[in-house]
Design a protein. Structure first.
Length: 254
């Protein structure tokens, strides 16, 4: 084997594979869907380690050793860290890539090579888990490694929405009842009309606003009879009489 390749394997690749062990992985879910990742590792001193990150969009990255902040590089979906003289390091960052929302339901999806704990904000209700959790305590859920999917919604948010939904439902019922009442009044109103009154209404519907003389001639009724007929319809708020040299009859909105 080429000595340079052997040197590379001994001093870089092997430490990256065997130089770290995760002691704790915690994911804190925020109300806006962002997740805070906190990962505690036991490491060997003075080696380079490569750690898989969760998500492509990372914010607020902070790598700390036992006494100092450590430098890092990002390569693809990995963070490369020089452990220097530390045997324990903590990796922290935020990402929006682990959650999605449909309606009021949020879903956290993650594939992890180790078991981890999820800390949810207060006021949530979990409605679905694709695997049986290892432990549930208040707003914390501990799950095993592998593909994990947890769906939840904010109870307070649901209550807030109900503050608007219920009044709208009540308003809808009131409007419906009002509409039924108006229709019933119309039925009652028109059921009491005489045949001549109905003929006047049909004429106005067909021809629009008209002179009283035109209506009278079309229906072939005397002038006095027509005047009494128009007055009755006006009192019933079905027509409007606009007076002038000759009366103008207007049908109101029914």
């Amino acid at each position: 084997m080429n000595p340079k390749i052997f040197f590379f394997l001994i001093f870089f690749i092997i430490p990256c594979i065997y130089g770290e062990e995760t002691q704790e992985l915690t994911i804190t879910v925020y109300r806006d869907g962002y997740c805070h990742i906190s990962q505690v590792l036991s490491v060997d001193e003075d080696i380079m380690i490569s750690i898989l990150v969760f998500g492509e969009n990372l914010d607020n990255i902070l790598i700390t050793g036992e006494k100092e902040i450590l430098d890092y590089d990002i390569s693809g979906n990995e963070i490369i860290i020089d452990t220097e003289n530390n045997t324990k390091i903590n990796i922290e960052y935020d990402t929006p890539d682990l959650t999605s929302k449909e309606g009021i339901v949020w879903t956290l999806e993650i594939t992890s090579p180790m078991e981890f704990t999820v800390i949810f904000p207060e006021g949530i209700t979990v409605i679905d888990l694709n695997n049986i959790p290892l432990e549930i305590s208040e707003n914390k859920i501990k799950v095993s490694k592998g593909d994990q999917k947890i769906s939840y919604f904010f109870t307070a948010e649901t209550r807030e929405q109900s503050k608007f939904v219920y009044p709208l439902m009540i308003i809808g019922v009131i409007l419906f009842c009002l509409g039924v009442y108006i229709l019933q009044r119309k039925k009652i109103k028109f059921s009491k009309l005489t045949n001549e009154e109905k003929e006047v209404i049909e004429f106005l519907k067909k021809n629009g606003d008209s002179l009283s003389s035109d209506i009278r001639k079309s229906l072939n009724i005397p002038k006095t009879t027509a005047w009494r007929l128009f007055k009755r319809l006006e009192e019933k708020e079905i027509i409007e009489i606009k007076k002038g040299k000759e009366n103008y009859i207007k049908l109101k909105r029914l």
